[in-house]
Each structure stands twice: as structure tokens, then as C-alpha cells.
Design a protein around this ligand. Structure first.
Ligand code: ADP
Ligand code: MN
Ligand code: MN
Ligand code: MN
Length: 366
């Protein structure tokens, strides 16, 4: 049987990486397809900010595949890591950073994540979907989880995307309309089911879900923005709240002390986190619009103006998960997961520093 494989990878765009993909036909001889049957492939890195023109070949190594919900049938989407022509991990390959952190001991934490990816829809002419071509919609209020004409914009794409995530068997938690008209959210990660999930699977699924969003947006002639503050002024920015828990945090007896210790470590490492939580984060973390100012670190029960929210269930039970509200919509989930694991596990900073994307760095001016 011959099938289409869509090879998906993350490019070298700075400061915010983007997904790329290309198509290849492969022949499947056995009944079911395995990762080993999907061959490595290459691409021209000089066109993706991943190589110089004179030695431009980069290598694509498939690392996870799912059913292709757009082409259907036996066709698949294959997420890849990028290697250079000598076979070394490419500097843009942030998945390798997360892998290394996990291999260096973090996998023992059995951390699970839930990413709330917000994004904004724009028309081809660059105004937010549902906004008048000149001027503004009514003030924020009716749009968050809103229903009804003129209260929502772009639901047809949101529904198509959610269905595609389900058809690809991604770890989709849910979706909702956001506070600003034309802004939406999908969540990927822990769902409370009995399913075997880990940090790599969740972050891989997050990137595949992003690819599906950009790809399906073509069908609706809509642009996706992951900018932190797409509309200046009294409009909410777009973030990527990152919920996380470790085995110890979820433990009924050890959880309370563990969470207290982790909150202290998060406070001590605030600047290191901000540095890799998305480009132009200061525009979003102003202290208004359900954010905590970028220069401050605060945690609080059910507090949506804090850096870290302690969800009501965690506060009540004394154990469970935390929500890091700082990450912006333009984060790389591999980088955020790796950063959190290093802080939570009090691991060697060199593990993270060595390979993280240095050009992403936000500097906090105090
Ligand atoms: P919010 O109220 O902040 O908008 P959402 O309902 O959008 O929250 O998303 C909840 C998120 O919390 C989901 O991404 C889910 O995966 C995550 N989550 C729930 N429980 C846990 C847990 N124990 N560990 C990690 N993440 C969790
Ligand atoms: Mn949410
Ligand atoms: Mn949200
Ligand atoms: Mn949230």
C-alpha cells in the first residue's frame, strides 16, 4: 500500500519558530505502519533559517506519527527532529533539549502538562476576525466563551480543528472562545483519563495541533497569529498557560510540601523562565488583563492576576497541579516544559542553557 506522509518540522525562524512540512509517498509492506518504516528525509535548510547556502542540507528524522485527519485513509502526519548534514542535533532542535533533560533524570518526576494555547484569527487584510474593517467591536465582556452572531468569529475553523485533533487522536482537552473577539484557545495534555502520557508526547501533540491549525486555516482563508499582544490597548493578549504536576505533587501525603518547595524554586528562577516564555512578553505581562506584571512573581489560590495560579482543587486537597500563567502564545512547548522540569527538579542549569534558543531571551528591566 502506498500512503502520503506529511513530514512536519519546526523551522529556525527567530524569535518565534514556525512549522513547515512537505509530502512524500512511502510504501507500507506490512499490515500496520511503524516509526521505523518512515525513512529519514532532507530539506533545504537555507530556506528555513536552518543553514547557510553553501551547505544547506538538513535531515528530518521522524519521531512520532499520527493519522492524517485531512487526507484521511491510511495517510499519516510524521513529526520530525532536525539534524544537520553531519548528523548532529541542529541548534533549532529544541525537542532534543527536552529529551536531554528527561534523560538526565527528569523523566523520574513523571511530569504531565496541560498547555492552553491561545491564538488570534486575522483576515487576509490583517484585521482581527469579526472586527469592523475600520474601528473597533464593542468592549470586551460578551466574547469569552461567547455564543451568537457578532459575539464570536471563526467558529467554523475552531470546530474543524477540534475534530481534526480528535481524528488524529491527539491529546486535545478542549477549546473555547477567548476574551477578545477573534481570539480562541485549545488545550492539549492531561485529560483525567487512564492514558499513558508523558512530557514528550504532550509537547509533540501540541506542535502537531499547531500544524493542523495553520493548515486548516488555509481552507477558511484566515491567518493565525501567536503574537502575545496582537492588538494594543484595552484588549487581552494571548498566552499559553502551562499547567503541570509531578508524581510528588500529585501525592496526597507528600504533595503539599513538594508544591511549597516548587513555588519557592519558581520564584528564585523567575527571570530564567521569563527569558524563554515567548518574544515580546512584556507587552502582554503588564499587570492588567488577567496577568501579573513581568517584573513581579506572585502565586495565589484561584488568582488569575498571579504568575502562578493554585487551582481551587489543588488548594482544597493540598496536592495536585499548578498553572504557570506567564508563558506567551508564541512559546515553544518543548522549551517551556524543559525549563519547568529543570527548575522543579533543581537540575543542573547547563542542561538547559547549553542548547536553548538564546536569541529568544526577554530581558527584564527593573
Ligand atoms: P483555565 O480555567 O485556566 O482556562 P482550562 O480549562 O482551559 O483552564 O485548561 C485546564 C488545563 O489544565 C488543561 O490543559 C489540562 O490538561 C490541565 N490539567 C488539569 N489537571 C492537570 C494535572 N493534574 N496536571 C497537569 N495539567 C492538568
Ligand atoms: Mn483556559
Ligand atoms: Mn485562556
Ligand atoms: Mn488558564
Amino acid at each position: 500500500m502506498k500512503v502520503f506522509v506529511e513530514y512536519i518540522w519546526i523551522d529556525g525562524a527567530k524569535p518565534t519558530a514556525m512549522v513547515r512540512s512537505k509530502t512524500r509517498v512511502i510504501e507500507i509492506i506490512s499490515d500496520s505502519i511503524t516509526l521505523e518504516q518512515i525513512p529519514d528525509w532532507g530539506f533545504d535548510g537555507s530556506s528555513t533559517n536552518q543553514a547557510e547556502g553553501h551547505s544547506s542540507d538538513c535531515i528530518l528524522k521522524p519521531v512520532r506519527f499520527v493519522a492524517d485527519p485531512i487526507r484521511g485513509g491510511a495517510n499519516i502526519l510524521a513529526l520530525c527532529e532536525v539534524y544537520d548534514s553531519k548528523g548532529n542535533v541542529h541548534p533549532s532542535n529544541t525537542r532534543a533539549v527536552l529529551r536531554n533533560v528527561l534523560d538526565a533524570g527528569a523523566s523520574k518526576q513523571e511530569a504531565i502538562f496541560g498547555f492552553e494555547q491561545e491564538y488570534t484569527l486575522f483576515s487576509r487584510d490583517d484585521y482581527p476576525l469579526g472586527w469592523p474593517e475600520n474601528g473597533y467591536p464593542g468592549p470586551q465582556g460578551p466574547y469569552y466563551c461567547g455564543i451568537g452572531t457578532a459575539r464570536t468569529a471563526g467558529r467554523d475553523l475552531v470546530e474543524a480543528h477540534a475534530q481534526a485533533c480528535l481524528d488524529a487522536d491527539l491529546l486535545l482537552f478542549g477549546t473555547n472562545a477567548e476574551v477578545m473577539l477573534g481570539q480562541w484557545e485549545f488545550q492539549i495534555g492531561y485529560r483525567g483519563f487512564k492514558e499513558d502520557i508523558d512530557a514528550l508526547m504532550i509537547t509533540d501533540h501540541h506542535w502537531i495541533a499547531l500544524w493542523l491549525l495553520y493548515r486548516l486555516a488555509e481552507e477558511f482563508d484566515v491567518k493565525i497569529s501567536r503574537e502575545n499582544k496582537p492588538m494594543k490597548g484595552d484588549w487581552n493578549g494571548a498566552g499559553c498557560h502551562t499547567n503541570f504536576s509531578t508524581k510528588a505533587m500529585r501525592d496526597a501525603s507528600a504533595g503539599k510540601k513538594e508544591i511549597e518547595d516548587i513555588l519557592k524554586r519558581l520564584e528564585a528562577n523567575h527571570d530564567r523562565h521569563i527569558a524563554v516564555y515567548g518574544a515580546k512578553l512584556a507587552e502582554r505581562l503588564t499587570g492588567d488583563h488577567e496577568t501579573c506584571a513581568i517584573t513581579e512573581f506572585r502565586y495565589g489560590e484561584s488568582d488569575r492576576g498571579a504568575s502562578i495560579r493554585i487551582p481551587v482543587t489543588t488548594a482544597k486537597d493540598g496536592y495536585g497541579y499548578l498553572e504557570d500563567r506567564r508563558p506567551g502564545a508564541n512559546i515553544d512547548p518543548y522549551v517551556v516544559a524543559a525549563r519547568l522540569l529543570v527548575t522543579i527538579g533543581d537540575m543542573d542549569e547547563a542542561l538547559f542553557e547549553k542548547q536553548s534558543n538564546k536569541e529568544l531571551v526577554n530581558v527584564i528591566s527593573k
